[in-house]
Design a protein around this ligand. Structure first.
Ligand SMILES: O=C(O)CCC(=O)C(=O)O
Ligand SMILES: [Fe+2]
Length: 372
């Protein structure tokens, strides 16, 4: 199969087999079906959260328990109006349905800040993710580069600006609760961010001819403070608490936000709050859309536990900046992927030198799948 250059994934998805660049090692492939939903992740209503008293205390208690358990919870009655959610979702679907040349006008390969790309904006990936994204920086407002925001559909800018603002308000409300839970002032976490940045990534996962061999988005933790994720009703978001041995698929709930805690929240809480370990799987029946809003600290914000409880030792030796933390995370990920690739290549070479290999009735599975 020829390598498609300058072609969106939506177009490549029409092939009947998967291009080898999307094929994952066996240990990384999906273990649980995209639609085998679990009810493990709590769904929490934020109705009347602003009133003080028992209601707020009960909501806080449930959120904190979820943060300690999975680093994930879902929120409903969150104040982002259903019409705004519907508008954002509709425009995102319309964007991905545009012809390739329209989407590629915003191609962000080569390090551009924002726009459209297949798989990921990170360079040097060994295996590609089965997704297209369109991404833009929405806060601080001075960071907005409208030349990198799609101009089709025509309402894109107005609708996405409104959406970004409402999600920012919801994010700040959740940070107040988490700050209180950590024994800080209500503005403790937002102060630790220096300035609140926001980046939106709209993920589109086309139907996939061989979904069992690939991932929509590989296993990861989000780097920042919290992510507010909107997903459609298809399903595909999965979480693990044991480094990828077992997985659950998060139940989609119309209009709910999935809240994922990121690495920054994990370190600031001295490891008390989990950083959600998650991935997205795809399927052969229908495409899937999710909209991730990352609430991140400023690049020079300090990464270090904000408060140590009696007898606790800090989970990090020294304070670093958020941008340094991010850089180290990315280079670790790339290095791990590179080492894994080298190990696989070495194994293939050794197997082919081994005389027993030639007599085997079953060919080497990895090789067979690479050539499929
Ligand atoms: O599509 C999903 O459900 C997950 C998206 C995600 O984890 C991300 O964009 O970081
Ligand atoms: Fe994520």
């Amino acid at each position: 199969m020829a390598q498609a250059v300058g072609v969106s994934l939506t177009t490549q998805a029409k092939e009947s087999t998967l291009h080898p660049k999307f094929i994952r090692d066996e240990d990384e492939r999906p273990k649980v079906a995209y639609d085998q939903f679990s009810s493990e992740i709590p769904v929490i209503s934020l109705a009347r959260i602003d009133e003080s008293g028992d209601k707020r205390a009960e909501v806080c208690r449930r959120i904190v328990a979820a943060c300690e358990d999975w680093g994930i919870f879902q929120v409903v009655d969150h104040g982002v109006h259903p019409m705004v959610v519907e508008g954002m979702t509709r425009l995102a679907r319309e964007f991905f349905a545009l012809p390739d040349h329209e989407k590629l006008r915003f191609d962000m390969s080569g390090g551009k800040k924002g726009g459209f790309i297949v798989s990921s904006h990170l360079q040097g990936e060994v295996v590609q993710d089965w997704r297209e994204i369109v991404t833009y920086f929405s806060y601080p407002i001075t960071a907005r580069d409208y030349s990198r925001w799609p101009d089709k559909p025509v309402e894109w800018r107005a609708v996405t600006e409104g959406y970004s603002q409402l999600v920012m308000e919801l994010g700040c409300k959740l940070l107040e609760i988490l700050s209180e839970a950590m024994g800080l002032e209500r503005d403790g976490l937002s102060k630790a961010c220096v300035e609140m940045d926001q980046k939106i990534v709209v993920n589109f996962y086309p139907k996939c001819p061989q979904p069992d061999l690939t991932l929509g988005l590989k296993r990861h933790t989000d780097p920042g403070l919290i992510t507010l994720l909107l997903q459609d009703q298809v399903g595909g978001l999965q979480a693990t608490r044991d480094a990828g041995n077992t997985w659950i698929t998060v139940q989609p709930i119309q209009g709910a936000f999935v809240v994922n805690l990121g690495d920054f929240a994990h370190y600031l809480s001295n490891g008390r709050f989990k950083n959600a370990d998650h991935q997205a799987v795809v399927n052969s029946k229908c495409s899937r859309l999710s909209i991730a809003t990352f609430q991140n600290p400023a690049p020079d914000a300090k990464v270090y536990p904000l408060k140590l409880r009696e007898g606790e030792k800090a989970v990090m030796e020294e304070a670093i900046t958020f941008s340094e933390m991010y850089k180290r995370k990315m280079s670790n990920d790339l290095e791990l992927a590179r080492l894994k690739k080298l190990a696989n290549e070495k194994k293939l070479q050794e197997d082919s030198k081994n005389p027993k290999f030639e007599n085997k009735v079953e060919p080497c599975k990895v090789l067979e799948e690479i050539l499929a």
